[in-house]
Design a protein around this ligand. Structure first.
Ligand SMILES: [Zn+2]
Length: 640
């Protein structure tokens, strides 16, 4: 989130590459990525209510997040909304970006909070948080009614007037989007119809405000961050079937940003990352609702480009929140302020949308990369969230405070940790896609089909799917075979090895009349390898399976000034350490300088020029100082 007060791959194409033939009911299945031409034909996520996490690291993290959300009080969340509507309140306001004088106030309290509790309600059946969400919706509805114009915010309309007048103001539409999205989530995920009514009032006000303004002036106003206003208006149009919202959504499109993307040109240098990813999510939703392929081309090109030319090994992008370099040139950008967590949240939203159009496994590989390296691990035991993921050597994790921060990443993190179940399984017709390897259960009651996924992944190198079926009709289950696995990957049905190849970087399609009790065992061997920092072959990160490995550089600081986020980084950030240096002639595949100590605990040792260093997956790094990248001798001509 830009602060005005502080400062100015992989195997492409193949969706389903291999085919499974097993048992007397086996039928060939040759679904390819090209089949899914229209938005109406897409692969869809299951509703969150159909999926529950099973025991494991993700369930633990979900519960920690729910406890944090539960610690927040409704009257305190509503304080600035009440003040803006002229309703008296004795509550103590929260601080940070929710303080009564902060221009961003309301973004978390009336926005992310609602989205997060709606997701928690649908995704884990958390009725306490649902009730809390209903109370906030009722409070917001009261404020909107008191104001009387449809406008609803925790700050007065004056901030929008500042936007019109070109005065300095901090992203009023950004905050407006968060509130509309929270309300819409409360309607879609929990059925709160009052929330839809309030969201519609806000949508009408946005249109009434924006339509009379001339096109040129609107474009000037859109230079200020506006979140996903286009996305939430498309979503509102999709839910209500009212074209007016779609027409208003178009007003939030910027040709200066979208046209180069449509022409497959990377003109992202100098742009603020998290201001722009939501605009592309809006374009992606616009494609889904209008079938205008230009929006699809924009979304696909943007995602390909950002992942290939602008991302770090953890599956996220940005330095000091921006794209500061030419594409493919990330040398010299490792520092504290890498990889804003909101950007990962938004890239993952985009990845799951784009995946829906092609069932192309590379998008789910990318999703997994972000999930295991910059979502898992970014919440501490108190449910507090990181803002940046430092990638220079010697830094450590720092988190928001419980009641004095409310940063943008506090908000997107609260949502993320409530929706781990939303991308594990997709479907198309009766076909089921197993995208992610998280212990979980899918219950598709309408289709008489259920799956239980039992796994300790990534400690376990694979997963087991147990079928519960009440219908004898043949059905295809597509299992992602990640690009990071080896040719030794194998799949067994009821203990019998499938003859068909499980090609890394594809979906294995297994068609069969599934019987109740059938078991699919998937073995996905992991291997050590390295990837360069884009533009500098000598700076490399090591991976094992989907996990970036981090060097443990010793205990980190324990004082609050170093561990807590103030606007939104610690008060004290020491200079960058040199990257750990690997001896001359080191292999790019890492097998010569990294050794596994324990497969069960995912522990490794690296030989550096200054001695041995312990490694573990980055997500397991807690309080230690760490390094994700290594300095290797520059050996021109060697390939990874
Ligand atoms: Zn953020």
């Amino acid at each position: 989130m830009i602060q005005h007060s502080r400062r100015s791959f992989l195997k492409a194409g193949a969706g389903t590459a291999a085919l499974g033939v097993v048992g007397p009911f086996a039928v060939l299945d040759t679904l390819s990525a090209q089949v899914l031409e229209s938005a109406a034909d897409k692969v869809m996520p299951f509703p969150l209510a159909n999926v529950r996490l099973g025991p494991g690291i993700f369930k633990e993290q979900e519960e920690i997040n729910a406890r944090y959300l539960d610690s927040l009080a409704v009257d305190r969340l509503l304080y600035s909304f009440h003040a803006t509507a002229g309703i008296s309140s004795n509550a103590t306001p929260y601080k940070g970006w929710e303080a009564p004088a902060c221009e961003l106030r309301g973004h978390f309290n009336g926005g992310h909070f609602l989205s997060a509790v709606a997701l928690a309600s649908a995704g884990s059946g958390n009725t306490d948080l649902k009730a809390r969400g209903n109370e906030v919706v009722a409070g917001l509805a009261q404020c909107q009614k008191k104001i009387g114009t449809g406008y609803l915010s925790a700050f007065p309309k004056d901030l929008f007037e500042h936007l019109v007048e070109g005065k300095r103001v901090w992203a009023p539409f950004y905050t407006y989007h968060k509130i509309m999205a929270g309300l819409l989530d409360m309607y879609v995920l929990t059925g709160n119809t009052d929330a839809l009514e309030v969201a519609e009032g806000m949508g009408r006000w946005a249109g009434d405000f924006f339509w009379p303004i001339g096109a040129e002036q609107r474009q000037r106003m859109l230079r200020e961050e506006y979140g996903g206003m286009n996305e939430v208006l498309v979503n509102l149009a999709a839910v209500t079937k009212k074209d007016r919202y779609l027409e208003t959504a178009h007003l939030f499109e910027q040709p200066v940003f979208l046209d180069p993307l449509a022409a497959r040109r990377d003109e992202l240098q100098g742009l603020h990352a998290n201001t722009h990813v939501p605009k592309v999510i809006g374009a992606a939703r616009m494609y889904e609702v209008t079938s205008d392929r230009r929006y699809r081309q924009i979304a696909e090109y943007f995602l390909e480009e950002v992942l290939a030319a602008r991302s770090y090994v953890i599956g996220n992008t940005s330095v000091e929140e921006f794209w500061k370099t030419a594409p493919g040139q990330l040398g010299g950008t490792l520092q504290w302020k890498n990889a804003e967590c909101c950007v990962a949240y938004n890239l993952m939203k985009l990845e799951r949308l784009v995946f829906g159009w092609t069932a192309d496994s590379r998008w789910m590989d990318a999703y997994e990369r972000a999930l295991f390296n910059c979502r898992l691990g970014t919440q501490n035991a108190q449910g507090l969230k990181q803002y940046f993921v430092p990638l220079a050597a010697g830094y450590w994790r720092a988190y928001n405070t419980p009641e004095d921060s409310f940063l943008c990443c506090t908000g997107t993190g609260a949502e993320e940790f409530a929706k781990f179940a939303d991308t594990i399984y997709f479907h198309r017709g009766s076909d089921v896609y197993v995208n992610q390897f998280l212990a979980s259960a899918l219950d598709w009651k309408e289709d008489g089909f259920a799956l239980e996924q039992v796994t300790a992944f990534p400690v376990e190198q694979g997963t087991t799917l147990k079928v519960k079926s009440t219908r004898p009709d043949p059905r295809t289950i597509h299992v992602r075979i990640p690009s990071w696995t080896t040719g030794e990957a194998e799949v067994k049905i009821n203990g019998r090895r499938l003859e068909a190849a499980a090609d890394p970087g594809s979906y294995l399609a297994i068609r069969r009349a599934w019987q109740d009790g059938d078991t699919i065992s998937i073995h996905l061997p992991m291997r050590l390898r390295t990837e360069p920092l884009a533009g500098d072959e000598s700076v490399r990160a090591a991976l094992y399976g989907p996990m970036a490995l981090a060097a443990d550089l010793g205990a980190g600081p324990t004082d609050a000034a170093a561990r807590s986020l103030y606007e939104p980084f610690p008060k004290v950030i020491p200079p960058i350490d040199p990257l750990p240096k690997i001896a001359a002639k080191a292999d790019f595949d890492a097998s010569g300088w990294i050794h596994m100590d324990s497969a069960a605990e995912l522990r490794f040792t690296a030989e550096t020029e200054s001695g041995k260093v312990k490694l573990s997956p980055l997500y397991q790094i807690g309080d230690q100082r760490y390094s994700v990248y290594w300095q290797l001798e520059n050996q021109k001509g060697q390939t990874s």
